[in-house]
Design a protein around this ligand. Structure first.
Ligand SMILES: NC(=O)c1ccc[n+]([C@@H]2O[C@H](COP(=O)([O-])OP(=O)(O)OC[C@H]3O[C@@H](n4cnc5c(N)ncnc54)[C@H](OP(=O)(O)O)[C@@H]3O)[C@@H](O)[C@H]2O)c1
Length: 243
């Protein structure tokens, strides 16, 4: 049975990924900051015949990452999905309005934690059959894209964009450095998805796709990961994003 671990699994894309993998018969370790309030995850676990296990994890806290490792022991993890992320705090950071503490927090959650979690769970990946390490990135991490003038919401997200570019760079490094262990790395852009992050879950949302539709595409991309495409940066439909 495939074992999948998803961070930030209590809502949005993480929840959709966990639900789809569970429905497909996988064993799913769902991580979230506060299991007590994670109603959808409790429901998923209750209906999974023991295949879904909730483990507390605050990705910004190294002690919490160490406690995740203790909870897992040597258990093989086939697919490790670093999904937890924040919008940037505060969201609006532009060329002439940078918030230093907010920038560091954004980098810690979006860029540093996936690499730390991968490092701590490296042996769990190596012990598995699939050995797939996944990061949910964003096309906003693409350095080559022109985000327009300072009036654009995208152009204001300096911290978020920098964090996703740094995430991509860290994951590319792991794709190279752990290739000899057979670890395959997927750096995936989920598209513009209706979640709390885009603030747009309703029908009138400008975000183009549902979390379930994005998650289905991401799962296909993860299934297609091989040594030949490890370290690449596609979107949920398989289109390559420029660095
Ligand atoms: N939605 C989009 O259009 C879009 C586009 C590109 C990339 N992405 C990326 O996709 C991923 C998921 O985004 P989403 O749209 O599903 O966002 P979301 O609905 O806001 O969900 C974010 C998830 O991350 C968790 N999280 C945040 N900080 C955490 C921390 N310190 N420790 C543990 N969990 C933490 C949240 O948990 P809490 O409930 O505890 O806060 C929540 O489960 C993110 O990495 C995001 O950057 C999303």
């Amino acid at each position: 049975m495939t074992t999948v671990l998803v961070t930030g699994a209590n809502r949005g894309l993480g929840l959709a990924l966990a639900q789809l993998y569970a429905a497909d018969g996988a064993e799913v370790i769902v991580c979230c900051r506060d299991p007590e309030t994670a109603g959808a995850l409790k429901q998923l676990a209750a209906s999974s015949e023991g295949r879904v296990r909730i483990v507390p994890l605050d990705v910004a806290d190294e002690a919490s990452i160490a406690s995740l490792k203790r909870a897992l022991g040597d258990q093989p993890i086939d697919i490790l999905i670093n999904n937890a992320g924040i919008n940037g705090t505060p969201k609006a950071q532009s060329a002439d309005r940078i918030d230093a503490e907010g920038w560091i927090t954004t980098m810690r959650v979006n860029a540093l934690s996936p690499v730390l979690i991968a490092q701590v769970l490296r042996d769990n990946l190596r012990r598995s059959s699939e050995k797939k390490l996944v990061a949910i990135s964003s096309d906003l991490g693409s350095t080559g894209v022109d985000y327009g003038s300072t009036s654009s919401v995208r152009s204001e997200r300096y911290a978020y964009r920098a964090s996703k570019a740094a995430l991509n760079n860290g994951m590319r490094g792991l794709a190279r450095d752990w290739a000899a262990d057979g670890v395959l790395v997927g750096i995936l852009n989920p598209g513009f998805v209706r979640t709390d992050m885009t603030g747009a879950r309703g029908a009138a949302s400008p975000a183009s796709i549902s979390a379930e539709e994005s998650a289905r595409g991401l799962i296909r991309r993860i299934a297609e990961l091989t040594a030949a495409n490890s370290g690449a940066f596609p979107d949920y439909l398989g289109e390559t994003i420029s660095w």
